[in-house]
Design a protein around this ligand. Structure first.
Ligand code: CA
Ligand code: CA
Ligand code: CA
Ligand code: CA
Length: 355
């Protein structure tokens, strides 16, 4: 079988070879060269100008613009390239060349297609203007599009204060100090502070229920140490304090650290006083062998026992003293009886322990 197939193949090859040799034996007829030309109409029609450039999104560092594709020729066909430019000043045909040229514009799509591009690496809180031109493959350039503008927002909150501290205190106030954060994190200058306090610890969840201080200072440049006095507090009471900072775009920082402290006791400005006199003041008919008893009290810091001086008829005496600083009982037992009909003069002096 195999041998027969190979023989057949050889026979075919030999036959084709003979046909070729036979054809070579004829002379070829060659026509005269047909030479001619024609001219393409040059493309002198530029894409029409984009008329509906718009801003579809503005973030802190990027702006997205969108437009409807024009064509190769006016509003027909497909253009070849776009040139998008932006500036912080308005753009017109005269200053187009000096506007910043973006890179990576999308390839034009068929006329009528909506296209868009996001331009990055922009600065926050800055007004930008955008415009676009389209070109065709013959380098015909459209007129300038409409010009759109917007201002990039500030989306960065001030950093949270981390060193809020109670720098001094009285019985009804504390002085807080902290380092100013910035407008954006730790740079720039924020716009205002919100300081709150509570007798319970403060955290992000219960911040709103803290008592809001008024009259906070205006934020200074980041890093400046600032202070404020929180007044109207209750004596001998433990308070928690916290602060938040807001920038000019109403971005609010996280809550600060939360220092705590106890207000001082009410200062003692009232001197000691006497009470419970036996015999009572101005009494008459007292027996000659009476003792003299009196309480010396102080409602604040207490009586300084070493300051107590008692005199009887002009003589300093040494009564027995019992009790506590809040209430000392002075008991004077004269060595000798008083005389009948005698008027007894008693004086008591004492100071308190107030600093
Ligand atoms: Ca064209
Ligand atoms: Ca900011
Ligand atoms: Ca800002
Ligand atoms: Ca006192």
């Amino acid at each position: 079988m195999k041998i027969r197939k190979i023989s057949l193949l050889l026979a075919v090859i030999i036959l084709i070879g003979e046909v070729f040799i036979v054809s070579k034996a004829f002379c070829a007829n060659t026509m005269a060269t047909d030479s001619y030309s024609f001219t393409i109409v040059p493309d002198t029609t530029a894409p029409s100008a984009v008329t509906n450039l718009s801003i579809t999104q503005a973030l802190q560092n990027s702006i997205t613009v969108a437009w409807t594709a024009t064509g190769d020729d006016g509003s027909t066909g497909t253009a070849s390239s776009y040139d998008i430019r932006y500036s912080t000043a308005s753009i017109n045909a005269s200053n187009w060349a000096s506007a910043a040229q973006v890179s990576g514009e999308p390839t034009p799509q068929l006329a009528g297609t909506t296209q868009s591009m996001t331009v990055s690496s922009l600065s926050a809180e800055l007004a930008y203007y955008f415009a676009i031109k389209a070109s065709d493959e013959a380098a015909n350039i459209s007129s300038l599009s409409n010009v759109v503008t917007t201002t990039t927002p500030d989306q960065t909150a001030p950093a949270s204060v981390s060193n809020l501290a109670i720098s001094s205190k009285t019985y009804d106030s504390v002085v807080l100090s902290w380092s100013a954060p910035g407008d954006d994190g730790s740079s720039g200058t924020a716009s205002n502070y919100d300081i709150r306090y509570s007798t319970a610890s403060i955290n992000a969840s219960n911040w709103a229920s803290g008592t809001q201080v008024s009259g906070e200072p205006v934020p200074q440049v980041a890093g400046t140490v600032q202070t404020t006095t929180v007044s109207g507090l209750t004596a001998s009471t433990t308070y928690f304090f916290a602060i938040k900072t807001t920038d000019n775009a109403a971005n609010i920082s996280d809550i600060s650290n939360v220092p705590t402290g106890t207000t001082n006791a009410v200062p003692d400005t009232t001197p000691p006083y006497t009470t419970g006199h036996i015999p009572v003041k101005d009494a008459s008919g007292i027996s000659t062998d009476t003792n003299i008893i009196v309480h010396v009290k102080d409602d604040g810091a207490g009586v300084n026992v070493s300051s107590i001086v008692m005199t009887v008829n002009g003589q300093v005496v040494s009564p027995a003293i019992t009790g506590t600083a809040a209430d000392y009982l002075l008991s004077y037992n004269p060595a000798n009886d008083f005389q009948a009909g005698q008027q007894i003069f008693v004086t008591i002096q004492a100071s308190d322990l107030a600093p």
